[in-house]
Design a protein around this ligand. Structure first.
Ligand code: PMT
Length: 419
């Protein structure tokens, strides 16, 4: 059966390019269902898209182009990919804020298939903090993007905001469609986020992990059709749908959640920043400055000079334990967050923890590591592979990491994974 794409066209001069895209998609065997915003229809007529795709091109959410069906729900359910080309500032804002007030936004917001946005707008609108905040939110929600390029804009200015060209968008759509189902039947467990090791009822030791890298990996695996379990430390990210979500707090809880599910997984990806040390004792009451607990051999103690000495103990290394338990056919991917000697330290982790791949990130580099939306990673494989990736969004980096695993010949590849 041919793949189905809903093509949403919103108001930007680049709307005319969407007609070319529709035509090329149809020629390549994709069934295209167009929808437009009312303002986009001032740039290009719906009749153009109807003629090119042989399907209706609704605008208003109350139109009934599919007899007996609620149109926006039908479109949302019957597509493998939803592409919004061009995506205007207005549409980005409406999607980021859940405003389903026309056919395009209602269908997109009801859609559980991957959604690809190709923004196109004036530089000032692109740089506007409201747009940037909406983009950040949409990235967190799992939307895919084809970034606009820099060039001459219709408003006779030069700058960023020009929608990517049609061949680039076409290639991205075909790549996403090809990836779908490629991991169907594969079971993947991902760890993400920080852990929190309590000191007392109100304080904990933790780190700067936001969970973005791990969530991006879980969502990328889910988009390929895998059955995904996401074991997550506390994060501020929205909880992704369509997967088993296991919230944990401490390293010990993460260990139990992971190890109890490990045997049935085909691929395990440890992106979490697990605490290496936890307090030996957790104070039952809030540790007070003025009334320190008596220093003891284990817990938190306060010295006479006013300092506080914490006694910590090493946590269990979850990844190392997974390496010891690894069964044939199972693929184990760890991360290495390093501040020096990146590849040496990462290679040591690859070998000592019996990993198939280690993803090394130098967390001192701008744009890499903790918290941001981007990362710069090098993948080291147990068979001597070394793949250095440029600065990428965490979602793109996740796709490239999964691609590397897919490309690995032998029994570790998805599709060959055994139970
Ligand atoms: O969450 P983000 O803000 O998006 O940031 C992403 C990230 C920087 C957290 C991520 O890219 C990353 O590098 N994760 C691993 C961080 C880390 O703890 O690295 P490590 O070198 O200390 O640990 C090596 C590996 O052992 C990791 O896969 C870790 O999950 C695992 N480990 C570590 C300690 C422990 N007790 N148990 C473990 O399983």
């Amino acid at each position: 059966m041919s793949k189905r794409v809903v093509l949403g066209v919103s108001a930007s001069v680049a709307a005319y390019k969407a007609a070319d895209l529709a035509s090329q998609l149809v020629k390549s065997g994709v069934e295209v269902f167009p929808v437009m915003t009312a303002d986009a229809a001032r740039f290009v007529q719906p009749a153009t898209f109807r003629a090119l795709t042989h399907h209706p091109c609704p605008i208003d959410v109350f139109e009934e182009p599919f007899p007996g069906e609620i149109a926006h729900i039908w479109l949302a359910r019957h597509c493998d990919l939803f592409a919004i080309v061009p995506a205007s500032m207005n549409v980005l804002a409406r999607l980021a804020n859940g405003l389903a007030d026309d056919m395009l936004t209602a269908a997109a917001l009801a859609c559980t298939a991957p959604i690809l946005l190709a923004p196109g707008m004036n530089t000032g609108m692109w740089d506007n903090p409201a747009t940037q905040a909406n983009l950040a939110r949409l990235r967190d929600y799992g939307y895919y993007f084809i970034e606009p390029t820099t060039g001459r804009l219709a408003c006779r200015t030069e700058g960023v905001g020009r929608m990517a060209d049609v061949p680039t968008i076409l290639a991205a759509i075909h790549e996403m469609l090809a990836r779908q189902d490629s991991w169907r039947g594969v079971r993947v467990l991902v760890t993400a986020g920080p852990t929190r090791e309590p000191l007392d009822p109100v304080r904990f030791l933790s780190n700067r992990s936001s969970g973005k890298m791990g969530y991006a990996l879980a969502e990328a695996a889910r988009a390929r059709g895998a059955a995904v379990t996401l074991v997550s430390g506390p994060t501020a990210l929205p909880r992704p749908g369509g997967l088993e979500f296991v919230p944990v707090e401490t390293a010990a809880q993460m260990r139990d959640a992971v190890l109890s599910r490990a045997a049935e997984q085909d691929i395990l990806i440890a992106a979490a920043a697990v605490a290496d040390y936890a307090p030996v004792e957790v104070a039952e009451q809030k540790i007070k400055k003025e009334a320190p607990p008596a220093p003891n051999s284990g817990g938190a103690g306060q010295e006479e000079v006013g300092g506080l000495t914490l006694v910590l103990t090493e946590t269990d290394d979850i990844l190392a334990e997974l390496g010891r338990r690894k069964r044939p056919g199972q693929t184990l991917i760890g991360f290495a967050a390093e501040t020096e000697h990146l590849l040496d330290h990462a290679r040591r982790k690859l070998e000592s923890k019996n990993l198939d791949w280690v993803v090394a990130n130098d967390v001192t580099q701008p744009g890499a590591g903790f918290d941001g939306d981007t990362n710069i990673v090098t993948l080291l494989g147990a068979r001597g592979e070394e793949i250095s990736l440029p600065l990428l969004t965490k979602r793109e980096a996740a796709e490239r990491i999964l691609d590397a695993v897919t490309a690995t010949p032998g029994e570790q590849s998805p599709g060959r994974a055994t139970s």
